[in-house]
Write a protein that binds this ligand. Structure first.
Ligand code: HMG
Ligand code: MG
Length: 305
């Protein structure tokens, strides 16, 4: 059997949002803006730049409005996360054109994350999505706990497909399907993403892997084999959800870019410039950044694609 891989892959950078939301110490707004600017100059075209969530729940994201204003001159697709009607209104008032709603397949996780059951979230969001589409807004739906939930354990594939179908029928442009706690294995990824690609051929399908157990690159390879050509990644491997205990950072953008370039798959990203962006944020975050590419860079190695 011949395995086919895409010639080009789109990286959706989530570092400024997923990457920083879990940082306890407030990262100054101008540092966040520089991070976004540096990522843009490295060739990132699609990026989650911030979230319009409650500042009481996630104080790190309290400067969302300023971030959006300051990032407007960068022409890439700038996505902001919104949990509810209030977040959507704040984002639209700030002039955002690409919104990401987020819902957990698991009720328990959704309650902890957004204070609603999955059904309550869907009942609130679906009518709003329709209106957003009528206004020409790009809508991405992030599906948390698509493999495992920190509270409910293994999530059945059918529940994920059913939730995705509701979103697709509701008109979303993109599904970002997440392994929130970094527990999925390559076979589970291959199976779920094959099913999603087949069920929703006209919807962008993106895989979002946290790298808690260092299985993210293997899971990306399996997802590529299932036909996925879009991956959420976080520069420096930053990230994690404050309401998903045990979850660590997202897969590091630089390690994904290196692997893809070595495989002859284009990303449009300049790895040395990307590592400059990682360097720029490294001193402003509490956790040490330990992606393979960043470690090699600090050691002065030239092993860069
Ligand atoms: P709640 O307390 O139930 O909210 O929180 P509420 O509707 O009862 O309102 C309470 C107060 O919050 C009110 O203000 C509202 O106005 C205000 P008060 O009258 O008390 O002054 N409020 C807001 N303020 C600003 N922006 C808003 C907003 N909404 C209400 N949007 C809420 C519900 C959804 C707000 C809260 O639970 C929340 O903000 N949750 C966000 C959690 C979060 O950001 N999690 C991380 C992102 S998801 C993720 O990382 C997963 C992902 O990466 C994929 C994966 O890996 O799985 C995407
Ligand atoms: Mg995440």
């Amino acid at each position: 059997m011949t395995i086919t891989y895409p010639k080009k892959v789109t990286i959706v950078e989530v570092g400024p949002r997923d990457g920083l939301q879990n940082e306890k110490q407030f990262v100054p707004t101008d540092v966040k803006i520089d991070f976004i600017k540096n990522l843009f100059h490295a060739g990132i075209n699609e990026m989650e730049i911030t979230s319009f969530v409650s500042p009481k729940w996630v104080p790190q994201m309290k400067d969302a409005g300023e971030i959006v204003e300051a990032s407007k001159s960068y022409s890439q697709q700038q996505i902001v996360l919104v949990p509810n009607q209030k977040g959507i209104e704040r984002a639209i008032d700030t002039g955002c054109h690409s919104l990401a709603v987020f819902v957990g397949v698991s009720d328990t996780f959704n309650k902890k994350n957004i204070n609603k059951t999955t059904r309550e979230s869907m009942d609130e969001l679906l009518p709003i999505i329709q209106k957003l589409k009528n206004q020409g807004i790009f809508v991405r739906a992030c599906i948390s706990t698509s493999f495992y939930c920190p509270y409910e354990g293994k999530i059945e594939k059918e529940r994920v497909v059913d939730l995705c179908r509701e979103f697709v029928e509701g008109g979303v442009d993109e599904l970002s399907v997440a392994d929130t706690i970094g527990m999925a294995n390559p076979m589970e990824c291959y199976t779920l993403f094959s099913d999603l690609k087949e069920a929703f051929p006209n919807t962008l399908i993106t895989a979002h892997f946290h790298d808690t157990r260092k299985m993210a690159l293997s899971n990306i390879l399996a997802s590529l084999q299932a036909g996925v050509d879009r991956f959420d990644c976080s520069a420096g491997g930053l990230g994690g959800c404050p309401f998903a205990p045990g979850a660590t950072g997202n897969v590091a953008t630089e390690d994904v870019v290196f692997m893809l370039h070595q495989m002859g798959i284009e990303t449009g990203i300049d790895l040395p410039l990307l590592l400059d962006a990682v360097d720029g944020i490294a001193n402003h975050v509490e956790r040490p950044l330990d992606s393979a590419q960043y470690r090699l860079r600090k050691q002065g190695s030239v092993n860069q694609a």
